[in-house]
Design a protein around this ligand. Structure first.
Ligand code: F6R
Length: 352
């Protein structure tokens, strides 16, 4: 059993798959991704809409791309997490498959369907069948480094996905943004890594507050990628059920559910470091109602990252650390995901 979150020897015994090491490298992968060279492909003139398709950790990368870049792209962009494609997907769709393993059944099925519908296709992966199909058919492909579990490759997948979108001319140079965010994340890592003691480490402090609780994560709508990623990381790393909702919408419905004290759930409010006055008012009003209805005390996340991408990936990194510290407190190795493996096996077998 772990003596405390400052017991590094105890942590390394629990963390057999070295998830902490992978999270520590998250900022470095982002800096590396800024050095991907854009590919020489068709121009954006053909593109009327963009679909980013993936599952799980790879879909989280697609969500971050959407939140980061949609204001810079002149056509509609959507994220699809299904083998079935929406009706509008066709020859003027830029369809980018995002799959770390390149072996995910839903992603491969959707990619094949996109090819049948004559979409403009592209893919990002570390290898697998997705890479094989792309190299046989001369489809633009960017390869990220292999050897991680998919959710730990988020920053690489975001970097490669952004450079792929730049290659098609749908967005201008993304590499400065990747570098800026990478440097901000290096600073945030310096405050949260395991060597920083509990007395000064906000990720460890938050993990302690979350022990034995169900985290309910709230973000502004334009940071939904962060909220969903955090929920997934609590599930996959800490093996804890979590949920998320978005503001201001939650102020119009979910806020009612906080009537009366429930010591087993804890709201986690994830702030944007460049919140507008209007957005701060939304948070303040929401918090005031939680206090009034249920005397609920919130847990607040702020990272101070100020670049457009850092404002998303800063809180992602922060909550990644919280999720692994919570796993250690529960005596759980964050890396193995036996449930996902079994689900993938059963699904793939049934499809054959
Ligand atoms: C496991 C993980 C999963 C996978 C998902 C899809 O670490 O994060 O959510 O991301 O099963 O697999 P890939 O990303 O390889 O397409």
């Amino acid at each position: 059993m772990l003596r405390s979150l400052d017991d590094l020897e105890g942590i390394s015994k629990i963390d057999a798959g070295n998830m902490l090491g992978a999270i520590n490298r998250f900022p470095d992968f982002l800096v590396d991704a800024a050095h991907f060279s854009p590919l020489d492909v068709r121009s954006s003139l053909f593109v009327h809409n963009i679909v980013l398709m993936g599952m799980g950790g790879s879909a989280s990368a697609a969500d971050v791309l959407l939140d980061w870049l949609q204001d810079r792209i002149r056509v509609p962009v959507s994220v699809v997490r299904d083998s079935e494609l929406p009706r509008f997907v066709g020859p003027k769709t830029l369809f980018m498959a995002v799959s770390y393993s390149g072996e995910t059944a839903e992603t491969l099925a959707a990619f094949n369907e996109a090819r049948k519908r004559r979409c403009i296709t592209a893919a990002v992966a570390s290898g697998g069948r997705l890479q094989t199909i792309c190299s046989r058919r001369n489809i633009p492909f960017l390869q990220v480094a292999s050897g991680l579990v998919p959710r730990a490759a988020l920053s690489q997948m975001v970097g490669a996905g952004a450079v792929m979108m730049q290659s098609f001319g749908v967005v201008e140079d993304v590499r400065v943004g990747l570098l800026e965010a990478g440097h901000e994340l290096i600073r945030i890592r310096g405050q949260l890594r395991a060597e920083v003691p509990l007395s000064r480490n906000r990720a460890k402090q938050n993990a302690l507050r979350l022990r034995g609780k169900l985290p309910v994560i709230y973000c502004l709508q334009h940071m939904s990628s962060v909220a969903r990623r955090a929920k997934n990381q609590f599930a996959e790393n800490s093996k804890v059920v979590a949920k998320y909702d978005l503001l201001p919408e939650a102020g119009h419905n979910e806020v009612e559910a906080w009537q009366g004290r429930n010591p087993h759930i804890l709201p986690v409010l994830v702030h944007d470091s460049k919140e507008s006055r209007e957005e701060s008012t939304v948070f303040r009003a929401f918090k005031a109602v939680l206090r009034k209805l249920g005397e609920v005390r919130t847990l607040e996340v702020r990272t101070g990252a100020s670049s457009a991408l850092g404002r998303l990936l800063g809180p992602v990194l922060f909550l990644d650390y919280v999720s692994v510290y919570l796993a250690f407190l529960r005596g759980v190795d964050p890396t193995p995901t036996t449930g996902i493996r079994e689900y993938r096996r059963l699904y793939a077998t049934a499809r054959r």
